[in-house]
Design a protein around this ligand. Sequence first.
Ligand code: HEM
Length: 511
Amino acid sequence: LIHSPPHHRNKLPPGPTTIPLITNLLFLRKSFTEFESALRSYRAKYGPIITLRLGFRPGILISSPALAHQALVQNGAVFSDRPAPPATLKIISRNQHNISSAGYGPTWRLLRRNLTSEILHPSRVKSYSAARRWVLAILFERLAGESRSAAEGVRVVDHFQYAMFCLLVLMCFGDRLDEKQIRAVEKVQRELLVSSRRFQILNVWPMLGKIVFRNRWREFSQLRKSQEDVLVPLVRSRVEVVKQRKEGKVEPDKEGVVAYVDTLVDLELPDEKRKLNEGEMVGLCSEFLNGGTDTTSTALQWIMANLVKYPHVQTKLYEELYGTMGPSPQLGEEKENLVIIKEDDLQRMLYLKSVVLEGLRRHPPGHLVLPHTVTKDVEFEGYLVPKGAMINFMVADIGWDPNVWDEPMEFKPERFFTNTTDGGCGALDLFDITGSREIKMMPFGAGRRICPAAGLAMLHLEFFVANLVWYFEWTAVEGDTVDLSEKQEFTTVMKYPLRARISPRGLSQNQ
Ligand code: HEM
């Protein structure tokens, strides 16, 4: 690794004095926004790599794009491990048998490779296009319905969340599910997500907490049981489909898509030489659903909020959509026949891409990545980074670095174009969202633990933004300026959720 001046050797990076456990409890009482502003003040005082002692393991925080690249990409093999999970995560992940919490080793590699090659491969992603159309039609129906009755504009966030959830449920359990079944899955998954902050206290001192917080532990166990009650039957029905497929008993027209569960049935864990059990499959499905729902719907809400706040950006985007696709169609009734902007069309829309990238840079759904650790004690930037330390990266601040970006807090999609002289849509700078050559922003992380679904998430964002703007004009409610303040939930969301007027464009053109 990077060599250091000798006087720093074996010293942790600098940072504030803290009292383990006490500081931990104090931080638990603070909001994430307060916590984040404390981190910024430490960075101003101690530099781009700091130590924060919370609990018994040192926490190391990196906040410069160059150091993030050095750690995650140049030294990726060392920095890609995960720390031992806290008590509740150990249970949720079924003892680290999911992708995000598995240590850097054969089980992680198998599960991650299965997801990327079996579900996220472009040809497979294409096979979910009917599901995307169906979900878009549901979203349109809900938005149009509410916009007729809501005088104060449509509160979009719940509709976005539901749409993303539907899409991932269909990819996970197959496209033969109806809305009632999807609702049931959503209810139990959301309960788990929403209460995750309440359960954090169970991780501070697990042994003692088992007694002191026994009611909360009971609540946690009940929630996990309800999750299995809802998901296990869905898993079982897919196991049956796989069996029948192998026996050649599924008729071609009943075949449907290959679902995530199907790909898990025959996997064999390399270390344990056994197949996944039902609980582990439920854990993997839960990771798939929760990993992709709030992240994508949060990003979509931020992007649409900026399009409402800055109508000139929306107009320019609409011009691109109009130029590529023609006039907006009238909103029809039938879900199956809805005319939509499809995946292939999106490839030609460069301004759209820059709007989505700018949304992710300015408002990354996660302001930190999942905790990393190193596979062994290493020396980094002259400091000791010990095995087991909790390492994280200040994602939002990295994307707002004034040394990398001009006016970083402004929403300017044009910044991604090389020929900005005419302010037009020239060649999109070959922007590398994976940061493999250089990190300029990292909404999906970087290196070996980068979000495996970054490509799918970009497709979903481009698909929904394009169709939402092609079909509807989005405007602010009179007297409302669209407040872009942040609030921490599972992701960093809008403190004042977007309310917008949504008027079908096709209607006015055809009248
Ligand atoms: C805009 C949408 C999304 C954003 C911003 C996002 C962001 C992230 C980030 C920051 C990480 C952590 C990287 C690290 O630890 O260094 C991550 C990991 C992960 N994401 Fe996403 N994600 C998105 C969508 C999705 C979707 C749609 C799925 C699944 C279908 C997904 C599945 C995962 C998984 C399984 C991991 C763990 C990877 C590993 O540990 O190897 N994400 N994502």
